[in-house]
Design a protein around this ligand. Structure first.
Ligand code: FE2
Length: 408
């Protein structure tokens, strides 16, 4: 009879959900695609097949519970991803990586041992493993987004999105001066960079009601601005490179751009990007002295109010989710595309790196990464918690990242 305590049911369910989200991505690949590198600054796709399991294994079993390794070579090979400056690609070859079957065997054995020992593992580490996997469910989608269409197949059913090209009022919304709460309370779930919770005074500012659309950004391109990575030229027209097909540019969908492009657009428009604190004020504060856990005022991440949690593969129009407006009437602050901020990624007061993952945040406090808030269509709902911070290099073009403007 086993003396291993049973893991809480909720953790098992979360792990199962997270594994399903990453497993389904590998079923979309044509067989030859697994050894390709669709994004030059990232590993070949085969790395991610092993990385998700190796991360769980190294963190939960090897480091925390002291379980002896059964395949040290793969534990090491699949330990960490890469994030070099844009243009500095790795030079490994497909033959440098193990066979798919060897990786799948490793994965099966890891999952079995993890499941058997989940009840003994510190709950915080299990949450870290689950959220790490869900982050990759999104970043792996970026990689396969960049594969040629003949190297992937759409899941069935794959709902076609409806887009409208009606004109949108380019409204700016005034937000009065006041406080914003950033960060997470001690003892609550969060990554190291989310702590400590603290309040910031934010002077009055105006913010655009909607995310900047493809139609808005097209005017900038026509004036000589750089086109987004997600657009492709077809004759005299621009197409949007969707996940599974290129379509006529949806003019009212958000423009997914780099931080540099967003900043250049803002400058061209005579405005600025939101700071991280302004984002918090626009999303979670209200005209009353009362804060919201989610922009739209419910206590849970309600999927009917925004485009997140794997509902769609591509963005919807910026005015398609009016029930997701913040208390000030600002639209889609969460979902349908992360929002670039002008804030460089840095530590909050009281920051302490996780002792079990020292480099997770600290390695990126380098003024070369910028904070993104909100969520994309492929962001798991757990990352809609107020304190969650995402970050990327300013010129990495593969992220589902949108932006809006402010006037200070
Ligand atoms: Fe990772």
């Amino acid at each position: 009879m086993s003396t291993t305590p049973a893991p809480p049911r909720v953790l098992c369910d979360l792990m199962e959900f997270a594994r399903a989200r990453t497993d389904e991505l590998f079923t979309l690949l044509a067989p030859q695609a697994i050894y390709t590198r669709p994004v030059p600054e990232r590993h070949r796709l085969i790395f991610y097949l092993g990385h998700l399991e190796a991360f769980d294994w190294n963190l939960v079993c090897r480091q925390s519970l002291g379980v002896p390794s059964f395949h040290p070579q793969l534990d090491k090979l699949f330990e960490f991803g890469i994030d070099p400056p844009v243009g500095k690609a790795a030079e490994d070859q497909p033959a440098d990586w193990p066979a798919v079957e060897e990786v799948l065997n490793y994965n099966r054995r890891v999952r079995q041992i993890i499941d058997d020992s989940l009840g003994q593992a510190p709950e915080q580490l299990v949450h870290v493993a689950i959220e790490h996997r869900l982050m990759h469910a999104e970043t792996f989608a970026y990689l396969i987004h960049n594969l040629p269409y003949d190297q992937k197949c759409a899941p069935q059913p794959n709902a076609q999105l409806n887009y409208h090209n009606h004109p949108l009022a380019a409204a700016m919304i005034e937000i009065p001066a006041g406080c914003a709460t950033l960060g997470q309370k001690a003892g609550q779930l969060g990554w190291d960079n989310e702590f400590d919770e603290h309040q910031v005074h934010v002077p009055a500012f105006a913010v655009s009601k909607y995310k900047i659309t493809n139609g808005d950004y097209l005017k900038f391109v026509d004036a000589g601005g750089p086109p987004p990575h997600f657009w492709t030229r077809h004759g005299d027209k621009w197409l949007y490179r969707g996940m599974f097909a290129a379509i006529p540019l949806p003019l009212n969908a958000p423009a997914y751009v780099t931080h540099r492009q967003a900043t250049a657009y803002a400058r061209w428009a005579g405005k600025d990007l939101l700071t991280e604190a302004q984002y918090h004020r626009a999303a979670y504060e209200t005209p009353e002295p009362q804060e919201r856990p989610y922009a739209w005022g419910t206590s849970v991440p309600d999927k009917t109010r925004g485009n997140f949690d794997f509902q769609h593969w591509d963005p919807v129009d910026v005015d398609a989710t009016p029930r997701g407006d913040s208390a000030w009437g600002v639209s889609q602050l969460a979902g349908n595309g992360w929002e670039w901020t002008s804030s460089a990624f840095g530590p909050f007061p009281g920051f302490e790196p996780f002792p079990f993952y020292l480099g997770y945040s600290k390695n990126f406090f380098d003024e070369e990464h910028y904070v993104m808030k909100g969520a994309s269509p492929r962001t798991a709902s757990c990352f809609l918690r107020r304190s969650f911070r995402n970050w990327f290099r300013p010129d990495y073009p593969h992220v589902y990242a949108s932006f809006r403007l402010t006037e200070n």
